[in-house]
Design a protein around this ligand. Structure first.
Ligand code: SF4
Ligand code: SF4
Length: 305
């Protein structure tokens, strides 16, 4: 039993041991989910963060004994499926994250469960399609196709079909695709002299991201204007693919590795040349700052980026 309520030390994240066969072992995974879920049900701080925690607590409260041991383990997937790996519970709420002896890393436990599920069962057409943001963006933004896709996505008949065939709710607001992709139209200005600050390298490379490139180019143009206003030299990353976050959420870690291998050589060149690499989408930034370094702790290029 812990002698302390929570940890006072800085949170520490352990590397994700996803190449170890035990990572996917069902019995070992279930045992860890039971351990963590039991601590969570006694704590319940995260009840208002997302729908994963309320589902977990409902399952327990509605079970025969009102305790975790009478919840059917198959229902654990109802919790796993509701987690979209935003990391809020780890970053903002949990006092039991490492180095606390209870060693709770709820998002990475959910990631392990998703990866185990993907390895044993794969994913359906809908999930594979929606997590291929780069491919979808490339196809949907072809001239003429883009207007058609945006128009079709708004018709009630299509939305009903998408609801019944893909499980995308008919009222869900879908992001529109743009006819003017950010990367093709971005006017970055790298002519300013580099002014080294004390904590910044003074020059910036922009990793556009799928969302800004294919859906919301205005955010990228605004970012360029802010950099120009502040006379900070900026360029675009020469070539980029999706950061891999949608595949991570699916548990498809092999696909994450493939995307990492496409992106890192281009980013490494910039990191070694002293650029600060910026992305205007927090989840993509989270991928490079946290998830990839933890998934590939021995990859020096990933660590450098
Ligand atoms: S990481 Fe998952 S469980 Fe934690 S707050 Fe985000 S969605 Fe909820
Ligand atoms: S993740 Fe931590 S803070 Fe959140 S419910 Fe579980 S033990 Fe409590």
């Amino acid at each position: 039993m812990s002698t302390r309520e929570g940890s006072l030390e800085a949170p520490k994240r352990h590397p994700i041991d996803w190449k170890n066969p035990d990572f996917y072992n069902e019995a070992s995974l279930n045992q860890e989910m039971e351990r963590v879920f039991d601590i969570c049900q006694g704590c319940r701080r995260c009840v208002n963060l997302c729908t994963a925690f309320p589902r977990l607590f409902d399952l327990i409260d509605e079970s025969a004994t009102g305790e975790l041991d009478s919840v059917n383990k198959n229902q654990f997937w109802e919790v796993v499926d509701r987690c979209y790996l935003c990391d809020m519970c780890f970053m903002t709420k949990c006092p039991y994250v490492p180095p606390h002896e209870w060693n709770i890393d709820f998002p990475h436990l959910m990631l392990r469960a998703k990866a185990a599920k993907y390895k044993s069962k794969g994913a359906g057409f809908r999930d594979k399609l929606l997590s291929s943001t780069d491919l979808m963006g490339k196809l949907a933004t072809i001239p003429v196709v883009v207007q058609t896709v945006n128009a079709i996505n708004k018709t009630p008949v299509t939305r009903k079909l998408m609801d019944s065939m893909l499980g995308i709710h008919a009222d869900r607001k879908l992001p529109e695709y743009t006819a003017n992709k950010f990367r093709s139209n971005a006017k970055s200005n790298d002519t300013f002299p580099v002014k080294d600050g004390t904590r910044t390298p003074g020059k910036v490379a922009i990793y556009a991201t799928c969302y800004i490139n294919y859906n919301e180019p205005g955010i990228g143009h605004d970012l360029l204007k802010i950099l120009e206003h502040n006379e900070i030299p900026a360029c675009l990353v020469e070539k980029e693919a999706c950061c891999g976050m949608p595949k991570l959420e699916l548990g498809d870690l092999e696909a994450v590795e493939k995307l990492k291998n496409e992106n890192i050589p281009h980013l490494l060149k910039l990191a070694q040349a002293g650029y600060a690499i910026l992305s205007a989408v927090p989840s993509c930034t989270l991928m490079y700052k946290q998830e990839l370094p933890l998934l590939f702790p021995d990859d020096e290029a990933v660590q450098a980026v």
